[in-house]
Unconditional design. Structure first.
Length: 162
């Protein structure tokens, strides 16, 4: 009589999930040519701040940035003990990067979790609608902080820094 969900079965399922996730993220990353974009942004400190678990984010970063070329740090809600929009995760980011918030920009796709708290700290909020369904984007547009820059693709970020 074998158990359906033994620890071994769950670990195999998790391994398969991570392998598929990494493969899909890598394919999307390459299709969008994001390595070229990020190589042009190397003069800036780049960080990831996420509500993902640390393990999932590491898997995604392994697919996007396998040689650790682009991102200076990663801050996950799991390690900080607080999720965006909680101020604690943003304060941890500023501390680890050793930067003042007013010298930062936050590129995000979620108005309440990314852009509103960033703006409250004096960070320049940049809203990307690249991966949002049009209806969802329109629903969030009214909640944007007044100083938000809106871009339709991450590639448009280069136009902002020229």
């Amino acid at each position: 009589n074998q158990k359906k969900f033994s620890p071994e079965t769950l670990l195999k399922m998790n391994d398969a999930y991570e392998e598929n996730l990494c493969s899909e993220i890598s394919a999307q990353w390459q299709a969008l040519n994001r390595s070229l974009l990020l190589s042009k942004l190397k003069k800036f400190k780049l960080a990831v701040i996420t509500n993902e678990t640390t393990r999932t984010q590491i898997c995604k970063l392994r697919a996007m940035d396998p040689r650790s070329e682009f991102f200076d740090i990663v801050v996950t809600s799991e390690e900080v003990g607080a999720e965006k929009p909680n101020a604690k995760i943003f304060l941890e980011l500023f501390s680890r990067l050793a930067v003042q918030p007013e010298n930062c920009a936050m590129i995000g796709d979620h108005v309440e979790a990314d852009l509103v708290p960033a703006s409250q700290f004096g960070v320049t909020p940049i809203w990307t609608t690249e991966f949002l369904q049009p209806k969802r984007a329109e629903g969030q547009r009214a909640k944007l902080p007044k100083d938000t820059v809106v871009i339709s693709s991450l590639d448009n970020i280069l136009e902002l820094i020229r």
